[in-house]
Design a protein around this ligand. Structure first.
Ligand SMILES: Nc1ncnc2c1ncn2[C@@H]1O[C@H](COP(=O)(O)OP(=O)(O)OP(=O)(O)O)[C@@H](O)[C@H]1O
Length: 351
């Protein structure tokens, strides 16, 4: 199957390695996200894919064609890729239709053939009524959809998107996420989407590459990242939860309820010193009652916050470890409760 392959891709600026031996195999038609905090090297990776940056090491190939490797650097216009930028980069003096059709004009495609392709591209992003408008008369979201249509009109095999929603307000972002999903469904293009926003990456992509300090931390589906993150840093970056110190667990494995309860009791009694980090997501913490009880673990409410559909509750266990839970009702500060833990996930020891 046709694929976009990054093999041990590295980039150095002077003595700084900003992308460090990154390897990814991206299936044709996939929607993938490069996710990580500012400065982790995701935009540099995207620019190397586009051909705006050379590689310091490794190779990039698309459908068995080498785009970049030692001594090889295909120009951006020869890579069969389109790019959508945060800043839209539309020509202000051209109409929407002229912006979308520009790449076709440069290639000498004229008349009805060009007009038809422009109409089709505008239809995909639902902007046909705006064909004759100027970019300045459109909202930020509409401008970003023009940029998508302009990319689509060249029918690239791969669409690269660099923080395309960063300039939009929160409400518009949600509706633009729907536009990206629809764009992907209708075109079948491979999409590589750079963002520092984990909820954006998780809701859009089939597969996410999480980067930290230029290195790949994990390459997995959003569901796998949430449920089985490799490290404590990643567990914290993706979603809510708490990390407990629990004895006798093996990294990279689920920890069942009995093992968690037993481990926490031993930890509270200071029976063992060797412990490992275990992620417990709030939906796996059940507040089952007040006061004493044989089944549960005693905890004290140290903070609560109303979140609309539920309360989030911070709990302290004997031995001072803390947990986050969700609860349908308000609880009083300092209230003693019994909790049960449904499951946990053992993380690697290093951060
Ligand atoms: N042309 C350059 N010369 C020197 N250093 C650079 C250059 N471009 C990027 N860097 C450095 O490389 C590192 C990675 O930058 P990059 O833009 O890829 O990160 P990023 O994860 O996309 O972050 P952001 O979301 O803030 O753009 C940063 O430390 C940045 O300062």
């Amino acid at each position: 199957m046709a694929e976009l392959i990054l093999d041990q891709v590295s980039k150095q600026y002077g003595c700084d390695t900003v992308v460090d031996q990154l390897s990814l195999t991206i299936q044709q038609g996939a929607f993938v996200a490069l996710l990580g905090p500012s400065g982790c090297g995701k935009s540099t990776t995207l620019r190397m894919l586009a051909g705006f940056e050379s590689l310091s090491g490794g190779s990039i190939s698309l459908n068995d064609r080498v785009l970049a490797a030692n001594g090889i650097h295909l120009a951006p216009e020869l890579r069969d890729m389109g790019m959508v930028f945060q800043s839209y980069a539309l020509w202000p003096h051209m109409t929407v239709a002229e912006n979308v059709g520009y790449a076709l004009r440069v290639r000498g495609i004229k008349g009805e053939a060009r007009a038809r392709k422009v109409r089709e591209a505008l239809e995909v992003v639902r902007l046909e009524p705006y064909a004759d408008s100027a970019p300045r008369d459109l909202s930020g979201g509409q401008r970003q959809r023009v940029a998508l249509a302009r990319c689509l009109v060249s029918e690239p095999a791969v669409v690269l998107l660099d923080e395309p929603l960063a300039n939009l307000d929160r409400h518009l972002r949600a509706s633009m996420e729907d536009s990206f999903r629809e764009f992907h469904r209708r075109t079948g293009a491979t999409m590589v989407y750079v963002t520092h926003d984990q909820s954006e990456a998780m809701s859009l992509a089939d597969q996410v590459a999480v980067m930290q300090h230029g290195r790949l931390v994990q390459w997995a589906t959003p569901q796998q990242l949430y449920a089985t993150p490799r490290t404590a840093w990643l567990a914290d970056f993706i979603g809510e939860g708490c990390i407990l110190d629990v004895p006798a667990v093996t990294a990279g494995q689920a920890v069942d309820s009995a093992a968690l309860h037993q481990g926490l009791m031993r930890a509270a009694a200071l029976e063992v010193t060797a412990r490992a980090p275990v992620l417990v997501r709030p939906q796996h913490v059940h507040i089952c009652g007040q006061g004493g009880g044989a089944q549960g673990i005693a905890a004290r409410v140290i903070d609560t916050a109303y979140r609309g559909e539920r309360f989030s509750v911070r709990l302290r266990l004997a031995g001072e470890q803390e947990l986050l839970a969700y609860h349908p009702h308000a609880l009083a500060l300092d209230q003693e409760v019994q909790i049960t833990l449904e499951q946990g996930w053992a993380l690697e020891q290093h951060p």
